[in-house]
Design a protein around this ligand. Sequence first.
Ligand code: NAD
Length: 252
Amino acid sequence: MSKRLSGKIAVVTAAGQGIGAAIAEHFAAEGADVWATDLDATKLNNGAFKDGRALDVTDGAAIQAFAREVGEIDILANVAGFVHHGTVLECDDSDWDFSFDINVKSMHQMIRAFLSGMLARADALGTSSSIVNLSSGASSLKGAPNRYVYGATKAAVIGLTKAVAIDFIKKGIRCNAICPGTVHSPSWEQRVHELGEEVGGFEKAHELFVSRQPMGRVGTAAEVAALAVYLASDESAFTTGTAIPVDGGWTL
Ligand code: NAD
């Protein structure tokens, strides 16, 4: 039986852990040939993928070289992102630039590098190629405490997503953003540990995170990957320019 992404070629950034790993593994399980990339290639579950590569999404030259090697693709999942903790007062210019470079400029550069091959592939196959960008509930959807520059970058991701979607709507490109709430991942665990140092332990910090979740729990990376598979597949052929929350009601 044909799988949901059979015959499709996908590139995923930050596939070494957390949401990126879950997306890359779900894409592969649904039949896609996946080029999985991460800053740290040793984290990649290479057995599952067509190839696993080191790719720093802040390195424009490396992105272009990688895109030339990979050629035409159907699916681009831009997952890499960084959470800066703090208000405007804790965000100096280098924090601002670093956050925008990894969270937004990386997507701009990945899309510019891969788009011509995605257009060609969509044209040749008569289907749509799909770009899936990781935004967040902390964005234009919701203000979250101590997520000043993070929220600004993730709002920019939604704007970038809609701009690409409208410019290529008749050319076989769909572009959508996923807006997770709090999701269990290695970097989230790290944030709980850091809060634990302020509030008296990991358990207490974990309770604080969970207490602000309307469903009484955080999400799983697999729950985000399920939406990514849908957006990458032809099942979502009529869906573009959206920013879809997967957040257990956090932005309600
Ligand atoms: P994570 O932070 O646990 O892992 C990030 C991965 O990115 C790591 O494997 C790391 O090696 C890689 N990475 C770091 N810098 C990189 C670079 N310059 N180039 C390429 N790879 C790099 O992952 P996560 O928490 O699952 O988050 C993934 C995405 O989802 C991010 O964009 C994040 O902002 C977004 N998001 C996460 C949550 C959450 O609660 N976890 C919520 C909303 C949105």
